[in-house]
Design a protein around this ligand. Sequence first.
Ligand SMILES: NC(=O)c1ccc[n+]([C@@H]2O[C@H](COP(=O)([O-])OP(=O)(O)OC[C@H]3O[C@@H](n4cnc5c(N)ncnc54)[C@H](OP(=O)(O)O)[C@@H]3O)[C@@H](O)[C@H]2O)c1
Length: 235
Amino acid sequence: MTTTLITGANKGLGLEAARRLVAAGHTVYIGARNAERGRHAAERLGARFVQLDVTDDASVQAAAKTIEAEGGLDVLVNNAGIEVRGEHNAIPAAADTTADEMRTVFETNVVGVVRVTHAFLPLLQRSAAPVVVNVSSGLASLTRLSDPDSPAHFYPALAYPASKTALNMITVQYAKAFPEMRVNAVEPGFTATDLNGRTGTQTVEQGAEIIVRMARLGPDGPTGRYVDVDGSLPW
Ligand SMILES: NC(=O)c1ccc[n+]([C@@H]2O[C@H](COP(=O)([O-])OP(=O)(O)OC[C@H]3O[C@@H](n4cnc5c(N)ncnc54)[C@H](OP(=O)(O)O)[C@@H]3O)[C@@H](O)[C@H]2O)c1
């Protein structure tokens, strides 16, 4: 059984993935920026808690030290993510997108992933079967967003999809750099969580399925892939 860290796991898809992995007998760390919310979630599930804000170097370094001291890490799920929405949950138009909004979204969804992965690489490299799951989005797909026949074509914002496209590239590059690791990007599907004002059409149980599946890959599993529950997606 593996030890898994899931960032942003105090609610939503991360919490459900944690619940499933604990139920399957894995040791799971709920990473959360808010200690109260994180501890509460971990206690409910029988998971461990580690304070971790993906935008904060000190908290990520401290989390890596804690997990190293408690026995190390096999699986890292980079799940923490944000999508900036406007009033009444409106998706921001390209014309309204500011540099500050881009910076905020990239700081969590892109820079945060590299910060956390970099800090945990030494631990993962000591695992017999290291795995990284990057929680991407269908909106990362350049193919889909540029195809007028795809429903994703009509998603207007800049920051969120661009950040997930960057995450996909990071996935490809890490997968090549660390062939001994399984490093994949996953699309959970449009899921009702706080991220989208609960407008998603899937349940968290459905959305977490691909996260859990890819977190449980063995050393012979695929790497450098971008997948949803039905298989590979177009980049
Ligand atoms: N829901 C969907 O339809 C959908 C579809 C495709 C991809 N995704 C991706 O799935 C992942 C999980 O999203 P979700 O839908 O479950 O949303 P959610 O319910 O809003 O959960 C997001 C989680 O990320 C945490 N987080 C945000 N910023 C953080 C930071 N700086 N440091 C640590 N944790 C932070 C949040 O913590 P707080 O509680 O402290 O805010 C929360 O635990 C995201 O990467 C999202 O982009 C979601």
